[in-house]
Ligand binder design. Structure first.
Ligand SMILES: [Zn+2]
Length: 350
């Protein structure tokens, strides 16, 4: 097996065309790469683009502002959630960093006041047509009217109240009825479990509060839930938390779970572009180099890569790590961190 085969079906050995800046330079061509968790109202993406990120998914912004940013010509291509949906007084409604207009606080749909004890999916579906679900439907419709591709929910029990299960299920059914997936920030004890139980499609951070048991992880993977990695912020902030998150990702991946590369770009200091710390942590979590490439190139939240494509490709110059070094987190990270965006027409098979 050649080194390029070991990189999986998305990688191709190429040479740059003979005109241009680096005529004849050889390297690896990959699809356009996506950071699936960014905040463009908190950080400009120019340096991320220079570092090989062609497309981003904004997961929390003022819906009008992010719609305007997404319409701007040029890279990165942008998909977005619009506002954070949360409980009344819930995270991040009181955070100093939250952009103005970026939070929608939802009252409970649990009108019988049983705290959700008797909730089930069927009742949630009934509620979707009930007056109590009005604010939930209005919030989902608002994000959709601004062009959102995904609905973002915050479930952070460390930082405030969280949506009860009936209300979360009402959000999920309202979003699904409109063809939109739901992505949740789950933080605090049993918040990842709440999101998994309620049918949330994506966790915007690999679970980091606690070790999830194998049965729960298997259930998430079998349900087709995807996890956006965001491991670099934990490596930066707290080794113990990073270890929990990496262990959860390792077992999720082993169970067949879909991992999406994402950094939470805009959350403090993070190297822009393909982030070497994020890549190295994914390799440490058991992802093969081909899996890391798949996590970077996944077109979520769209089903196809049509939105990231538009005649561009990723070029990683030089030889990829050889077969032995492909298991070395730092070697894979150093190689992928040199990724650049080029017009696809400048690359030819070699
Ligand atoms: Zn975020």
């Amino acid at each position: 097996m050649s080194a390029t085969d070991a990189l999986g079906p998305l990688a191709r050995r190429v040479r740059r065309s003979l005109n241009g800046d680096h005529p004849g330079e050889t390297g690896t061509m990959l699809p356009p790469l996506v950071d699936h968790h960014v905040h463009l109202q908190l950080a400009t993406a120019d340096d991320a683009v220079a570092g090989g990120i062609a497309a981003v998914v904004d997961l929390g912004a003022d819906p009008g502002a992010i719609a305007g940013i997404a319409r701007t010509e040029g890279l990165p291509h942008v998909r977005y959630a619009g506002a954070f949906l949360t409980a009344i007084g819930g995270y991040p409604s009181d955070r100093p960093w939250r952009p103005g207009g970026s939070v929608r606080e939802l009252p409970s749909v649990d009108g019988d006041g049983d705290g959700g004890a008797r909730a089930d999916a069927e009742r949630a579906r009934e509620r979707a047509h009930h007056a109590l679900a009005g604010p939930v439907e209005a919030a989902v419709d608002e994000q959709r009217s601004f062009g959102a591709s995904v609905i973002k929910v915050a479930l952070n029990s460390v930082a405030g109240p969280v949506l009860d299960r009936p209300t979360l299920e009402a959000v999920v059914s309202a979003a699904h009825a409109r063809g939109l997936p739901v992505a949740a920030h789950a933080e605090g004890e049993r918040m990842a479990q709440l999101a998994i139980d309620a049918g949330v499609d994506v966790l915007v951070h690999a679970p980091f509060t606690e070790r999830l048991d194998d049965a729960l992880i298997s259930r998430a993977a079998a349900a087709g839930q995807a996890w956006i990695s965001t491991l670099a912020i934990h490596v930066r902030d707290d080794d113990a938390v990073a270890a929990i998150a990496i262990d959860n990702v390792r077992r999720f991946r082993a169970a067949g779970g879909r991992v999406l590369y994402g950094t939470d770009f805009g959350n403090g200091e993070l190297a822009p572009g393909v982030n070497a710390v994020e890549v190295a942590a994914l390799v440490r979590a058991g992802l093969a180099a081909s899996d890391v490439i798949a996590a970077l190139a996944d077109p979520w939240p769209d089903a196809t890569g049509a939105w990231t494509d538009a005649g561009i490709a990723t070029f990683v110059p030089g030889a990829p790590p050889d077969a032995e070094r492909l298991a070395d987190p730092d070697a894979v990270a150093a190689w992928l961190a040199t990724a650049r965006i080029l017009p696809a027409e400048e690359l030819e098979p070699s």
